[in-house]
Design a protein around this ligand. Structure first.
Ligand code: ATP
Length: 234
């Protein structure tokens, strides 16, 4: 049974259609990537899964119909979300921002905080620092950490490398790999950086103008010359 299965998802902002009949699936423990340019609809797709934007179509989680479920329902079902641009509270400390994620999983606070500190030792060292004074990479870590405080089984990560130095991107990739390998998490990651996506995901979906135009493993996608040129620099 798929962890998440989406059929014919469409989403609108007023009259503008941001997603067109998107279908995709992710299996338990799998990492998939949604690759696309600015405005392709990546954030809208993750927001739709979380119940943050109106959409039509069907979303199933572990076989159950969760179409139209509210964000709080999705968090309680085990979906963690690290959105683009983080949405951290800038004048709160690292620790307090992490605790914001903990309100649905209070009994697991200590265990989850330990796991976050093991993944991101720098956050343990900087517990009392206001996030407004952190680097982009550190804020991305807090955002991922906050999502992990909800005790998720599936993590949605929106463009984690945006604006980050290559060295920090490598660090973020390593953490996402560990979440999958050591903690068995299912991951959906969106990216403009196709090489980052390739380094992580077993399968990729290419999103263009709100529509899935290609899907498959890296090897399958590389056979399409045009696609390889556009997204994978080869
Ligand atoms: P980016 O990498 O730039 O964030 P994206 O692939 O995540 O791009 P979305 O943010 O999902 O793309 O946007 C998809 C389309 O929907 C774009 O045309 C965008 O302008 C539009 N859109 C997104 N949010 C809104 C909104 N709140 N109101 C109106 N239109 C929106």
């Amino acid at each position: 049974m798929s962890m998440i299965e989406i059929e014919n998802l469409s989403a609108f902002y007023g009259k503008a259609q941001a997603l067109r009949n998107v279908s995709l699936r992710v299996e338990p423990g799998e990492t998939i990537a949604i690759v696309g340019a600015n405005g392709a609809g990546k954030s809208t797709l993750l927001d739709s899964i979380m119940g943050l934007v109106k959409n039509t179509g069907t979303i199933r989680m572990e076989g159950q119909d969760v179409t139209g479920a509210k964000p709080g329902d999705m968090v309680r079902r085990g979906v963690g979300y690290a959105p683009e641009r983080f949405n951290l509270f800038p004048h709160m400390t690292v620790r307090d921002n992490l605790l914001v994620g903990a309100y649905t999983a209070r009994e697991d606070i200590d265990k989850n905080m330990d796991a976050v500190h093991r993944l991101f030792p720098r956050l343990a060292e900087r517990e009392g620092q206001e996030t407004s004074t952190q680097s982009g990479g550190e804020r991305q870590m807090v955002s991922l950490g906050r999502a992990l405080m909800t005790s998720p089984r599936i993590l949605l990560v929106d463009e984690p490398t945006i604006g980050l130095a290559p060295k920090v991107c490598v660090e973020i990739a390593e953490v996402l790999r560990r979440l999958s390998a050591e903690m068995g998490l299912t991951v959906i990651v969106t990216e403009q950086n196709a090489n980052f996506a390739l380094s992580l995901a077993s399968r990729l979906y290419v999103l263009e103008g709100g529509h899935v135009t290609a899907e498959g493993t890296a090897v399958e996608l590389a056979k399409d010359d045009q696609l390889a040129k556009s997204y994978f620099g080869a």
